[in-house]
Design a protein around this ligand. Structure first.
Ligand code: NAP
Ligand code: ZN
Length: 351
C-alpha cells in the first residue's frame, strides 16, 4: 500500500486539511485511476459536518471523479492504461441481489459500498476499512463501477456528471420527461443546473423555480424557458396546477405544500435534495389531486453510463469554477452561502 495525498475532515468542525491515505494495489478486477478532477457536491459538505449523523473521521469526500487509468488488474478487459474514466458515488455492491440484478446497485440489498464513508468488510482491520473519496490523487475501484467518459466532453466540466448529473437525469428519465410536458426544477445549484439542462435536452418546457431572483438570467442561459421566483406570490398563484413533474433539489427540510400546489393533478414531485425530515405535508393537496411525492437516489451504473453517453451525444456538461485543492475550505464556505455558479471542481494537479 502506497501513501496517497488527500484532503480530509478530521472532525465535524467543517475544516479540511492535508492527510495521506492508503490505496490497495489493484486486484484482478481493479482499475487504478490517477484522479485529475473531482467535483464538490453539497453532500460532501453534509458529510464533513456530520449532518446525517453517520460520518467517520478522517473523512476524505469526493464522488464526482474523473481521471486517467494508470494500471489495471489481470481480469480487466474493458479498460486500459491511458483511458479517461469516471467514478461516482458507489465503488462496489454485492452484484447478486434482486436490486443489483435490476441494475439498481444504489439499492443493493446487502448495502452498496459508497465511494467515501462506507465501512469495508475486508477483514484486514487496517486504515482503509473506511472508504475514502476523490479529494485525493489516486483511487482503486472494481471495474464494474468504473464509467467510460465520452471523449468530446471537457474532463473538468464532465466531473459533476458523476453525481449531480445522474441524480437529476435518473428521475427525469424514470418519470418519462419529454416534449409536451411542463417540468419544474426547484433550486438552482449543482444539481438544479443539471436538471435544467437535461429536462431541456429531453424536450420539456422547463421552469426554474428559485429563491434567488438574481439567478433568473443564468437559468434562461442554461435552458429554462421560464423562471418562477418563489417569494413572488402572484407568480406562485399563476403557476398553480401547471406542472407535469417537479424535481426538488432543495438541500434542507422545507415546507413542501407551496410546491405541491404547483403540480397538475395526477403528477409527481420527486425529492433528491432534502435527505432529512420534511415539514408536515397536507394530505388534502395530495388526495385532492391524486398527487405523489417521491424520492430518488443517484442512479445505477448502467443508467449512469447511459447518462454519460447522452451527455456525449447532446454535448451536456456542467458549468464549473475550477479550484485548487488548497481552496476547499473557502469553497465550502461559499457553498454554505449559496454562492456557487454552479459547481466547484477541484483540479488535482494543484497539489
Ligand atoms: P447546492 O449546489 O448547494 O444547491 C442547492 C440549491 O437549493 C441552492 O443553490 C438554492 O437554489 C436552493 N436552496 C438552498 N437552500 C434553500 C432553502 N433553505 N430553501 C429553498 N431553496 C434552497 O447543492 P447541490 O450540490 O445541488 O445538492 C443539493 C442537495 O442534493 C444536497 O442536500 C445534497 O446532499 C443532495 N444530493 C442528493 C443526491 C441523491 O442521490 N438524492 C445526490 C447528490 C446530492 P436557489 O438559489 O435557486 O433557490
Ligand atoms: Zn454528490
Amino acid at each position: 500500500m502506497k501513501a496517497i495525498s488527500a484532503y480530509a475532515a478530521k472532525s465535524d468542525d467543517g475544516h479540511m486539511e492535508p492527510h495521506d491515505i492508503k490505496r490497495r494495489a489493484p486486484g484482478a478486477h481493479d482499475v487504478q485511476i490517477d484522479i485529475q478532477f473531482c467535483g464538490v457536491c453539497h453532500s460532501d459538505l453534509h458529510a464533513v459536518k456530520n449532518d446525517w449523523g453517520n460520518s467517520n473521521y478522517p473523512l476524505v469526500p469526493g464522488h464526482e471523479i474523473i481521471g486517467e487509468v494508470s494500471a489495471v488488474g489481470d481480469k480487466v478487459s474493458n479498460f486500459k492504461v491511458g483511458d479517461t474514466v469516471g467514478v461516482g458515488c458507489m465503488v462496489d455492491s454485492c452484484q447478486t441481489c434482486a436490486a443489483c440484478e435490476e441494475h439498481l446497485e444504489q439499492h443493493c440489498l446487502n448495502g452498496a459500498t459508497m465511494t467515501y464513508n462506507s465501512k469495508l468488510d475486508d477483514g484486514t482491520g487496517d486504515e482503509e476499512e473506511i472508504t475514502q473519496g476523490g479529494y485525493s490523487k489516486r483511487i482503486v475501484v472494481s471495474d464494474n463501477f468504473v464509467l467510460k467518459v465520452p471523449e468530446n466532453l471537457d474532463k473538468a466540466a464532465a466531473a459533476p456528471l458523476l453525481c449531480a448529473g445522474i441524480t437529476t437525469y435518473s428521475p427525469l428519465h424514470q418519470y418519462g420527461v419529454k416534449k409536451g410536458m411542463t417540468v419544474g426544477v426547484i433550486g438552482l445549484g449543482g444539481l438544479g443546473h443539471m436538471g435544467i439542462k437535461f429536462a431541456a435536452a429531453m424536450g420539456a418546457h422547463v421552469v426554474m423555480i428559485t429563491t434567488s431572483e438574481e439567478k433568473a438570467a443564468d437559468a434562461k442561459k442554461l435552458g429554462a424557458h421560464d423562471v418562477l421566483v418563489t417569494k413572488d406570490k402572484d407568480s406562485m398563484k399563476k403557476w398553480r396546477g401547471k406542472f407535469d413533474f417537479l424535481l426538488n433539489t432543495i438541500p434542507v427540510g422545507h415546507d413542501v405544500n407551496p410546491y405541491l400546489a404547483l403540480l397538475k393533478y395526477n403528477s409527481t414531485m420527486c425529492f433528491v435534495g432534502a435527505i432529512e425530515p420534511l415539514k408536515a405535508v397536507n394530505g388534502a393537496y395530495m388526495i385532492g389531486g391524486r398527487k405523489a411525492l417521491a424520492g430518488s437516489l443517484i442512479g445505477g451504473i448502467k443508467e449512469t453510463q447511459e447518462m454519460l453517453d447522452f451527455c456525449g451525444e447532446h454535448n451536456v456538461v456542467s458549468e464549473i469554477e475550477k479550484i485548487d485543492m488548497q481552496d476547499i475550505n473557502q469553497a465550502f464556505e461559499r457553498m454554505k452561502n449559496n454562492d456557487v455558479r454552479y459547481r466547484f471542481v477541484i483540479d488535482m494537479q494543484s497539489f
